[in-house]
Design a protein around this ligand. Structure first.
Ligand SMILES: [Zn+2]
Length: 363
């Protein structure tokens, strides 16, 4: 059974890259979807005029989706819904209610279906039984060699979709081809998120018989969790490979081999220390593979030419977006996490669906 119609308000994350935060209002209830921080670091959604929220649902554990939990008091301390894996990674003191990794639930009487997002451990998309269906993908990817993706299939007339890459459409195999060219050059430092691209690129390196794979403590812990508590996030074809990978990687000691370390933008963690150590050592190639977060070491080093950037796909291609919109028969599509400048080309690719970045959308 579906609820009556409602409104989707785009608080932050549509029209330009920024923290994810959306509000669904239906039948007198108010559900917030994600509450992120950055990019750039420190930027929080403006929730001063939002008032009381009845529930917050989290799509996955990346900072730009969960980093704004300090704002909960401004929202009347709503209950926080998250998968067990995401809940474990939240700051202490945040009490959560469970969402399935793939299955059905009810939040405040509203039917919710979820599936794995192929992007991060415990990460999900959510489909709400509101109006003729509302799909929120959070971040998602169909191409991950490591993380499982459950394609949404049930109709959703309104779809709020990760379009981080706009109309980009180069498959992940090309990412590997470019990365592989750098391997013979000597020591390579790859700053990465431990709960995302880190383990994924490590797996590709092992599959391509790169024998010198070094990781920081955060990535090592993430690999161990993928062997145990986070195993549900893995593609079924992985089998025991992840255990072999966890046993294969070695701690980073000095400049050698391929070094994978968190954080992805160099603001914290082992990467911050390693960048200080290697910045003036021209033998070490430094490559950032994700979004270059403004005001961070990633931006400074790429702008100076010391580091290079090379995308490793962790968001959908344009062809994925087209396929998803067709699969769920979306009539209204809101592209999230990309610039407004990409609206026209997305609208052309997704026609006859109506593509909008308006601040409020009727569901
Ligand atoms: Zn993410």
């Amino acid at each position: 059974m579906t609820q009556g119609s409602g409104t989707l308000r785009l608080i932050s994350g549509v029209g330009k890259k920024g923290p994810a935060c959306f509000l669904v209002e239906t039948g007198g209830k108010r559900l917030m979807l994600d509450l992120g921080e950055g990019p750039p670091p420190g930027l929080l959604p403006d929730v001063d005029d939002i008032g009381r929220v009845d529930a917050l649902l989290l799509s996955h554990g990346h900072k730009d989706h969960v980093g704004g939990l300090a704002l909960l008091p401004k929202l009347g301390h709503p209950p926080v819904y998250a998968t067990d894996i995401v809940a474990r990674g939240l700051p202490e003191g945040i009490a959560t209610r469970p969402l399935p990794v793939a299955g059905k639930a009810e939040v405040l009487g509203i039917p919710v279906e979820t599936g794995r997002n192929g992007h991060a451990p415990g990460g999900i998309w959510l489909r709400f039984g509101i109006g003729d269906g509302l799909l929120y993908t959070g971040d998602y990817a169909t191409e991950s060699v490591l993380y499982a993706y459950d394609p949404p299939a049930k109709p959703a007339a309104t779809a709020l979709i990760d379009c981080s890459y706009g109309s980009y459409n180069a498959p992940i195999a090309q990412c590997w081809e470019k990365l592989a060219l750098l391997l013979p050059r000597g020591p390579l430092l790859l700053p990465l998120p431990a709960n995302g691209r880190g383990p994924e690129i490590a797996l590709e390196l092992m599959r391509h018989s790169v024998d010198q794979i070094f990781v920081d403590d955060a990535t090592r812990r993430a690999l161990r969790r993928l062997c145990e508590s986070d195993r549900v996030a893995l593609r079924s074809a992985i089998g025991s490979e992840i255990e072999r990978l966890a046993d294969t990687v070695k701690p980073i000691v000095g400049a050698r081999g391929v070094m994978l370390a968190a954080s992805a933008d160099g603001t914290s963690g082992a990467t911050a220390q390693l960048l200080a150590q290697f910045e003036f050592d021209s033998d070490v190639t430094i490559v950032f593979t994700g979004y270059v977060n403004p005001t961070t070491p990633a931006e400074r080093l790429t702008q100076s030419g010391r580091a290079q950037t090379m995308r490793w796909n962790v968001h959908p291609l344009l062809s994925d977006t087209v396929a998803l919109v067709h699969a769920v028969q979306a009539k209204t599509v809101i592209p999230a996490f990309c610039d407004r400048a990409g609206l026209a080309s997305l609208a052309a690719a997704l026609a006859p669906a109506q593509v909008t970045m308006d601040s409020a959308v009727e569901i």
